[in-house]
Design a protein around this ligand. Structure first.
Ligand SMILES: Nc1ncnc2c1ncn2[C@@H]1O[C@H](COP(=O)(O)OP(=O)(O)OP(=O)(O)O)[C@@H](O)[C@H]1O
Ligand SMILES: [Mg+2]
Length: 314
């Protein structure tokens, strides 16, 4: 199976990222994957490794945000016995552990400027210097980094080295947020509902079109991870059943009568009758004169719509 096949999606923005990833996977180019939380950065990093010619060698993940600042350097590059208090023996770093394979530096935006400088030297020359050792060692590792921060903003604030940023970002791989992948929501929900029903050995529930519409209108701040978790909850709680919008959590379902920011009342007030006339005309225009459809666009019955047309002599 192609390692990229487990990344589900067919929207053009997503497919173009996958195509670039497949191309870089065949090379040793350092890769920076950008994207909001839950968009699949780790899954993509693993797929790049699995389809590279390093796939039989280790894929080592290091979460830069979870490393204590004082230990980052020694965790990455290793240390010699006695290099600092507590260094009771020689210790290989993550880079050494990933030798021949891929080192995945997750949340790279969290690295201090001092460690960024050492990482840059490693990328440029493949040279790794253990803490407490004056010698450098050549280690063959392919680096894949990921971040959900806007690194260019970090660069402009002086928190991330510009030279390292451009060194990492040779081929930009930016995973789009789920809210920009409307076409993929049905596909991904269907995929998770099927695979998770199988995994839990439960009958597959069925998404109705009203529920799907709500999923497509939602903003998905947690992206694919949030959709996956929702699907798991539905599979477990409603096996074999029809899922309607009423089965969805309240924060996903859009309230019909919430205030619309686009219709914010100007401070100098407005003419309500003129506004209503205008909206009636716009609805007629959008529906090309179809009065039932125009009424639906305004959320009122056809009779109520006809009554208003008469009232304003439209
Ligand atoms: N395109 C996709 N197809 C199938 N599953 C996906 C896809 N994208 C993400 N997932 C799933 O969503 C979950 C989150 O993905 P992943 O951990 O790769 O996200 P991330 O971008 O690294 O998030 P974070 O920034 O929070 O670390 C995982 O369960 C992953 O398998
Ligand atoms: Mg991640």
């Amino acid at each position: 199976m192609n390692a990229f096949e487990q990344l589900i999606g067919e929207s053009p923005e997503f497919l173009s990222v996958l195509r670039s990833a497949e191309i870089v996977a065949a090379t040793d180019v350092t890769v920076l994957i950008e994207g909001d939380t839950g968009t699949g950065k780790e899954l993509l990093a693993q797929a790049i490794h699995d389809s590279s010619n390093r796939s039989s060698k280790p894929f080592v993940t290091i979460n830069c945000a979870a490393l204590p600042e004082a230990l980052v350097e020694s965790e990455l590059f290793g240390h010699k016995k006695g290099a600092f208090t507590g260094a009771v023996s020689d210790q290989a770093g993550y880079i050494k552990q990933a030798e021949g394979g891929t080192l995945f530096l997750d949340e790279i935006g969290e690295l201090s400027l001092a460690v960024q400088a050492k990482l840059l030297r490693f990328i440029e020359y493949g040279e790794c210097q253990c803490v407490g050792d004056s010698r450098t060692q050549k280690i063959d590792v392919r680096l894949v980094a990921a971040t959900n921060r806007d690194i260019s903003e970090q660069v402009s604030k002086g928190l991330f080295r510009e030279d390292l940023y451009y060194r990492l970002k040779i081929v930009p791989l930016e995973l789009p947020a789920l809210k920009h992948r409307h076409k993929d929501i049905q596909l991904i929900a269907g995929y998770f509902i099927s695979s998770l029903s199988q995994r839990h050995d439960l009958a597959k529930p069925k998404l109705t079109s009203s529920a799907l519409k709500q999923l497509q209108n939602y903003s998905w701040p947690g992206n694919v991870r949030e959709l996956r978790n929702l699907c798991e909850r539905l599979v477990v709680l409603l096996p074999g059943q029809e899922i309607t919008e009423y089965n969805l959590p309240a924060d996903i379902v859009q309230k019909e009568n919430t205030s619309l920011a686009i219709l914010k009342l100007p401070s100098q007030g407005l003419n309500l009758e003129l506004l209503e006339t205008d909206l009636l005309k716009q609805a007629l225009g959008l529906s090309r004169g179809n009065k039932s459809r125009a009424a639906r666009l305004l959320g009122i019955s056809r009779d109520a719509f006809l009554y208003r047309l008469k009232k304003y002599s439209i």
